[in-house]
Design a protein around this ligand. Structure first.
Ligand SMILES: Cc1cc2nc3c(=O)[nH]c(=O)nc-3n(C[C@H](O)[C@H](O)[C@H](O)COP(=O)(O)OP(=O)(O)OC[C@H]3O[C@@H](n4cnc5c(N)ncnc54)[C@H](O)[C@@H]3O)c2cc1C
Length: 665
């Protein structure tokens, strides 16, 4: 198989415009003759479904939650990037493009990233028109803040609830189309297979999660916007339901899976507190605009803190190590996530961690409270030397920016982060890997598209903050609605796709057999038992830093765990009823296959880049060391067992950006 990325020729800044001018279109009357299935109604799927329906296609949209409003996208906190340059601080489409390629450690496709930067500006206009309440400055204009890995302020936000507000925008656009009858919404439905007819994706098999009924749905094209697979690690900042099943089923039907090992471990999450936990909580990256990250300089202070004998507020300024500011003076606390995570791990591994487990660093707002307080006192003509007043005014500003995040932290940790620094530690947060797509966002299966976090995406080996929302909405509102027409233009005379065919029979049987096997297994252990064990292998051996020995062990251990799962998993209840445990079992079964491919991919990638840090490949200063030989997308073809997956390479050419050593000093 040769991978054809279908990147158009010509200067990078003209590629998308010229391509759109020449692409096949489906005329408005013919769009009414065409059905599209959109699986997933988060920001990517929701925006795509709404736009495709607005264009005139007949859309069937699926999600496993009880409403599109509950997609994982709702959790997004910090913001969405766009190259508007409203701050006049030197931003441009080129700079956003450059930052994203560099941030991704030169492992993303240049042409896609440039297109992303181009359409980023439209997204903000679209969302403002929908009524998304982005934060505004004193004069009423849209406000911005800064995120990691960049030197400008280009992040639009709605307090710490940007995902929620954007999702409400996409959801209302969808609802308009549901009202018009152009979208038929299937809530509480889980896609369990893709149906391929004559080499094209022509439908799906879905399970009604409320009744357990297995349903056949056909269409002329299928779009997956089914999110990321970080829950393979069990503990993560993802919504509990996020899973890889849809992408994995597509992979098994011929869609290549690209860079599965590229996972983002976010530096600012609430640390793990024990074995009972099933969820980790993110503290948005936006907090690094104002929070300073530190650990004690002296080992004895760190030990005293770990034992509860010393408080952070009792440590003098001179005895604090602001390690990001020390190591990366140019970007300071706003280095990209992979860099910040590794630096925190390095300090904790050296014994400087600040909680009982030794796996936490401080995120401190005291300096920001002082700074804002003084500014406010000055603006209001009040006494700047009144320290109580300054602190009061400073806290008010911090509250207005991050109030909901501070409240969340206090509820979980029972400490007041206005008074004492937050404790944070890296946690699994996002997957840059995913289904391989070409410039049209089509997978290697004709007619099967993949958008948002589910595809291997524009973020290379590391995603910069606030760019997942940008990519999901770019794909859904502005890219896929054009590119899908190129494929569907051949289908205007095809007519409805029948579901009473052998292809649908076989796919349905495949799904039912698997469900029956899970139900009739009657083993000894719960699904969670296996999921937790998988998570431990993933975190310990495929986590923030990786080496060949651990990865080889992980491959063996995951394969063994998978065998054990199929022998010993116990799923109560029946398949023809509401059965959450059965749904979970199917998802964990897929994680157990993906996990092995993940480790295999990480083992083969003999370099460090972005979120993938191989201990064998680092500089003397402990920074990631890329290797030119690995400047490619690793796209894996399914061949029965993960161990047999076949590697295909898409070479990455950087014609507009010079590949340099990645430095944030
Ligand atoms: C706590 C947190 C904060 C974040 N903050 C930011 C931020 O500030 N800025 C930013 O840019 N990014 C942020 N991100 C990342 C961002 O939120 C996600 O990458 C993005 O929302 C993913 O959107 P999506 O539409 O691709 O997938 P999702 O929102 O995960 O949606 C997936 C959809 O697919 C459906 N689905 C999945 N599988 C199936 C199936 N088999 N059958 C039927 N339906 C299925 C689900 O029901 C859902 O509707 C954050 C992430 C987290 C966890």
């Amino acid at each position: 198989m040769t991978l054809d990325s279908k990147v158009p020729k010509g200067p990078i800044k003209d590629k998308w415009t010229t391509y759109k001018d020449k692409i096949n279109l489906v005329n408005p009357a013919n769009k009414r003759l065409i059905d599209i299935i959109v699986v997933g109604t988060g920001l990517a799927g929701g925006s795509a479904a709404a736009t495709l329906a607005e264009l005139g296609y007949n859309v069937k949209a699926f999600c496993f939650q009880d409403s599109p409003r509950r997609a994982h996208s709702i959790a997004a906190q910090g913001g969405i990037n766009a190259a508007k340059n409203y701050q006049g601080d030197g931003d441009s489409v080129y700079r956003l493009f450059y930052d994203t390629v560099k941030g991704g450690d030169y492992r993303s496709r240049e042409a896609n990233v440039h297109r992303l930067a181009e359409v980023s500006v439209n997204i903000i206009d679209q969302c403002v028109a929908q009524g998304v309440p982005f934060a505004r400055d004193y004069g009423g204009l849209l406000d911005n803040r800064s995120f990691g890995g960049v030197l400008v302020s280009r992040t639009f936000y709605a307090k710490g609830q940007t995902g929620q507000q954007l999702l409400l925008g996409a959801y209302s656009a969808m609802n308009r189309q549901i009202g018009r009858g152009k979208i038929k919404m299937y809530n509480r439905h889980e896609m369990l297979d893709v149906v391929i007819v004559d080499g094209k994706a022509r439908g799906i098999i879905a399970r009604n999660l409320v009744t357990g009924e297995i349903e056949r749905h056909s269409a002329h094209a299928v779009v997956l916007g089914t999110g990321g697979y970080g829950n393979a690690f069990y503990l993560s900042t993802y919504a509990m339901g996020s899973n890889v099943t849809a992408a994995w089923k597509a992979h098994k039907r011929g869609a290549l899976f690209a860079n599965p090992c590229f996972t983002q471990i976010h530096p600012t999450c609430i640390p793990v507190s024990g074995d009972h936990q099933s969820k980790l909580t993110l503290m948005s990256e936006s907090l690094r605009n104002d929070g300073r990250i530190w650990v004690p300089k002296k080992l004895e202070d760190a030990k005293a803190i770990q034992q509860g004998k010393l408080k952070p507020t009792e440590i003098k300024e001179a005895d604090r190590d602001y390690f990001l500011e020390r190591r990366y003076p140019a970007f300071g606390n706003l280095v990209p996530r992979d860099v910040a995570s590794r630096a925190a791990k390095e300090r904790c591994d050296a014994g400087f961690g600040v909680n009982a487990t030794g796996e936490a660093v401080y995120l401190d707002f005291a300096a920001a409270i002082q700074r804002y307080g003084k500014e406010q006192a000055h603006v209001k003509g009040l006494d700047e030397s009144d320290s109580d007043l300054v602190i009061k005014l400073g806290k008010e500003i911090i509250k207005s920016k991050y109030g909901n995040l501070f409240q969340m932290y206090e509820k979980i940790i029972d400490q007041n982060p206005y008074e004492t620094p937050m404790m944070i530690y890296p946690a699994v947060h996002y997957t840059m890997g995913g289904i391989w797509v070409d410039y049209n966002l089509m997978t290697t299966v004709p007619g099967l598209y993949c958008i948002g976090e589910a595809n291997f995406s524009d973020h290379g080996a590391n995603r910069l903050g606030a760019s997942a929302l940008m990519q999901g909405l770019a794909d859904g509102y502005f890219v896929l609605p054009y590119t899908i027409g190129d494929f569907l233009a051949d289908d205007i005379r095809t007519g409805p796709i029948p579901v009473d065919t052998t292809e649908f029979d076989d796919a349905e049987k495949n799904v039912k057999d698997k469900l029956d096997k899970l139900i009739t297994n009657k083993g000894k252990y719960s699904v969670d038992h296996f999921h937790k064990r998988l998570g431990k292998i993933m975190w310990n051996k495929c986590g923030m830093s990786r080496n060949a020995k651990d990865l080889k062990e992980a491959i063996i251990e995951i394969a063994e765990l998978r065998k054990e799962f199929w022998k010993d998993v116990k799923v109560p209840g029946n398949a023809d009823e509401y059965n959450e445990e059965l749904a979970k079992a199917g998802r964990v079964a897929d994680f157990l296959e993906l996990g092995e491919l993940f480790a295999k991919d990480a083992l083969h990638r003999e370099e460090s880049c972005g979120g993938h840090f191989r201990e064998e490949h680092q500089t003397e200063e402990g920074e990631a060391k890329r290797r030119k030989e690995f400047q490619y997308v690793a796209a894996w073809e399914y061949k029965g067992e993960p161990k047999d997956a076949v590697l295909h390479k898409e070479d990455l050419k950087y014609e507009d950006i010079e590949v340099k050593e990645r430095s944030y000093k």
